[in-house]
Design a protein around this ligand. Structure first.
Ligand code: SF4
Length: 375
């Protein structure tokens, strides 16, 4: 999104709750397993942060979505979630705005209460419908619990129920992955996010892989899983609106979309990122450092990047190309030579629709290389 372009004067809010029951061996996010000790500190600091940073968005109209992610936000009480929702409602968040919560399947007994305190979209971390795969991923929940969780959410008046799945696993064949997809659609979630396993270097899997104790899936296996996913989910009526996201009609996540379409968002809590239109910045990925920075006279950030026109150009290419709506390559500010577009078309990595360059499934798999090529 260019500086000179009109960015809508509303904004998305992300709240990061960094607590999980245990750390999954592939996870590299900022999470902690000591909620019992630090939840009070977290909650109190979070509301101080909301107040402290209100000048950042005081000239904007109102929040259009609230996403409470983590970590495992469903570990916290509905009363704590209600406080967050109410705070943003006072800032203009409407009841009909998208208000999402990430939830662990094991917390399904709280889904009614989460709905009652204002959550209208649930994103359930299912990951797999295979017992052995869940074990391999170090997840606590069982397949039956995942099914029960989706059923519970679907029987409540949530506007959208989404599930997360992981593909490209080294210890699961593509046939087994397809079984997971079949189970997923039989539960009829409104939205499915499919992530290719990404192993952070500091995660337990990452360390094992570095020592040669864990073989990660090769590119061919990942490609097979991913291409099958796109084919299968599109046959089942899920529209792929972004590289990892598939939705039934009217269930595209407005919050997710805001990240790739260049809308402003403000993130709160440790490690949360913000984008104000002319800069990107992130909070400290450490509870104590984050808390100390909130309590300083002027809040400090772990990372701040001012975006000049060149950075905006690169970001616009990198973000818009992820979307089904694609990238308007004829926009002169993007400086994309026609020759490069022709090369992408010839290689079958993209197609053109009304001057918009849209990645094919093969192109989506090579998204990083395509972005570097276009830059
Ligand atoms: S993968 Fe999700 S549930 Fe597991 S540790 Fe990371 S944030 Fe927590």
């Amino acid at each position: 999104m260019f500086k000179s372009q009109n960015i809508p004067e509303d904004y998305a809010i992300y709240v990061h709750i960094p607590f999980c029951q245990k750390r999954c061996p592939y996870c590299d996010f900022y999470v902690r397993t000591d909620a019992y000790r630090n939840l009070f500190l977290y909650n109190e600091t979070l509301f101080e942060e909301f107040d402290k940073r209100k000048n950042e968005f005081s000239t904007l109209t109102k929040p259009f979505s609230l996403y409470i992610g983590g970590g495992t936000p469903s570990l916290t009480s509905p009363a704590d979630i209600q406080r967050i929702v109410e705070y943003w409602k006072q800032k203009g968040l409407e009841n009909f705005s998208e208000i999402s919560l990430e939830a662990n399947p094991e917390d399904y007994q709280r889904f009614l209460e989460f709905y009652q305190v204002g959550i209208n979209r649930l994103s359930i971390g299912v990951q797999s419908f295979q017992h052995d795969t869940l074990k391999g991923l170090g997840r606590n929940h069982h397949v039956e619990t995942a099914i029960k969780a989706i059923e519970t959410a679907k029987n409540l008046p949530y506007r959208s129920v989404s599930i997360d799945l992981i593909c490209g696993l080294p210890f699961e064949t593509t046939d087994v992955w397809i079984q997971t997809l079949k189970m997923a659609v039989s539960c009829q979630p409104d939205h499915i996010s499919v992530y290719i396993l990404s192993v952070g270097p500091n995660s337990a899997f990452g360390k094992r892989a570095q020592k040669g104790l864990l073989l990660l899936a090769d590119e061919q296996k990942i490609e097979k899983d991913y291409l099958k996913t796109i084919e299968f989910l599109s046959q089942e009526g899920y529209d792929q609106y972004e590289i990892s996201n598939f939705a039934k009609p009217n269930h595209v996540s407005q919050h997710n979309l805001s990240y790739w379409s260049g809308r402003k968002y403000y993130g709160f809590g440790p490690s949360a990122h913000s984008y104000s239109g002319d800069k990107r910045y992130s909070n400290f990925s450490d509870l104590q450092k984050w808390s100390a920075s909130v309590h300083k006279e002027t809040m400090e950030y772990e990372f701040v990047e001012e975006l000049d026109e060149e950075k905006h150009r690169i970001e616009t290419i990198a973000m818009n190309i992820r979307l089904r709506s694609g990238l308007n390559w004829r926009d002169k500010r993007l400086k994309i030579p026609e020759k490069k577009v022709s090369q992408l078309l010839q290689k079958g990595l993209a197609v053109l629709q009304n001057d918009h360059l849209i990645l094919t499934p093969k192109g989506m798999l090579k998204e990083n290389a395509v972005v570097s090529f276009l830059m």
